[in-house]
Design a protein around this ligand. Structure first.
Ligand SMILES: Nc1ncnc2c1ncn2[C@@H]1O[C@H](COP(=O)(O)OP(=O)(O)OP(=O)(O)O)[C@@H](O)[C@H]1O
Length: 301
């Protein structure tokens, strides 16, 4: 298990990470999502021991990374801004990484190079952005890490390649029980692939939860009633957001939908009442709206 405990970091006077707690299990794909500049990349770099925290701990299977930096030899980090040494091809990179990663699989490397249709002799710096991402991903998977950190990995990839990425990743997680943390703004992609999600804002994790559980906690209904709608107030539910589009209200709430429906029926003549499904994107906007981020522009008055 990968555990981040009360991790804090300042860059000069700027508090970039503020008491971060993160828990990702083996065999789990964890989506790290958040507003621009909230500290996702900085957090990943702390997990890799590239940055030193001011306070707090990172544990892998109970052992503190700070006390034994060899632990990160089993971690692999694919950066958002990929940089390869001059004149390096995938083959040359494999040679280099073989010196560092003792579990590297040449057989897996060859299989994935074929699967992604990559030229392993081509200069990596002359590859397209999407090809570089694929090359970096192939390398990462071939090293068979215990912790795999992917920063904006599907950014710039076409839909077919994205599907290929996910199928390889899921198979690897099943076969090798590793921890995967994916930082991304592509919430639609993460919605399909993640078991657990951490939502970050301004250096803090606002919420961390199993994605299915998160979806069960925040609900959305659309309804229409005869006459004017008054205050929606009850101990059985809490309205997080209420938006009116024409005569239809869209209500985001926590608590019991059944009780909400009962409440509405007791107070109003309800014409329409439907439960809507919540996507990760809906949850993200609701959570960040709760801390006042960008709500002004998103409200439909
Ligand atoms: N080495 C550094 N020195 C000073 N400030 C930094 C440094 N690295 C990052 N920052 C600042 O820390 C904050 C978090 O940056 P980070 O790259 O971790 O955010 P992010 O969540 O990955 O952002 P995005 O989603 O936009 O890529 C930003 O305000 C950034 O300017």
């Amino acid at each position: 298990m990968l555990k981040v405990n009360d991790l804090s970091k300042k860059f000069r006077e700027f508090q970039v990470l503020n008491n971060i707690n993160l828990n990702a299990d083996m065999g789990q794909i964890y989506g790290l999502v958040g507003s621009n500049g909230c500290g996702k990349t900085t957090l990943l770099k702390h997990i890799m021991n590239i940055y030193k925290q001011d306070s707090g701990y990172i544990f892998f299977n109970g052992e503190a990374v700070k006390d034994n930096s060899e632990i990160v030899e089993d971690f692999y980090y694919v950066q958002d801004n990929l940089f390869f040494p001059n004149q390096y091809s995938l083959n040359k990179l494999l040679e280099f990484e073989s010196l560092i990663y003792k579990n590297i699989s040449k057989e897996k490397f060859d299989r994935l190079v074929d699967f992604f249709n990559l030229d392993k002799d081509k200069n990596l710096n002359k590859m397209s952005k999407g090809q570089k991402k694929q090359a970096a991903f192939v390398m990462a998977i071939s090293t068979q890490p215990k912790v795999l950190l992917l920063d904006e990995i599907v950014d710039g990839l076409d839909a077919v390649v994205k599907r290929k990425f996910w199928s390889v990743l899921i198979q690897e997680v099943i076969d090798n029980e590793m921890v995967v943390i994916i930082s991304s703004h592509d919430l639609k992609e993460l919605d399909n692939i993640c078991d657990k999600v951490g939502i970050m804002h301004e250096g803090k994790i606002l919420k961390e939860e199993n994605l299915e559980k998160m979806k069960n906690e925040i609900k959305r209904v659309q309804f229409a009633v005869e006459g004017e709608l008054g205050e929606l107030d009850s101990n059985d539910f809490k309205v997080l957001k209420l938006v009116k589009i024409g005569s239809i209200y869209i209500c985001t709430l926590t608590g019991s939908i059944e009780k909400f429906k009962e409440y509405m029926n007791s107070k109003y003549k309800v014409i329409i009442f439907d439960e809507l499904s919540m996507s990760l994107e809906d949850i993200f906007i609701t959570e960040l709206g709760g801390v006042g981020y960008g709500t002004e522009d998103l409200e439909i008055k």
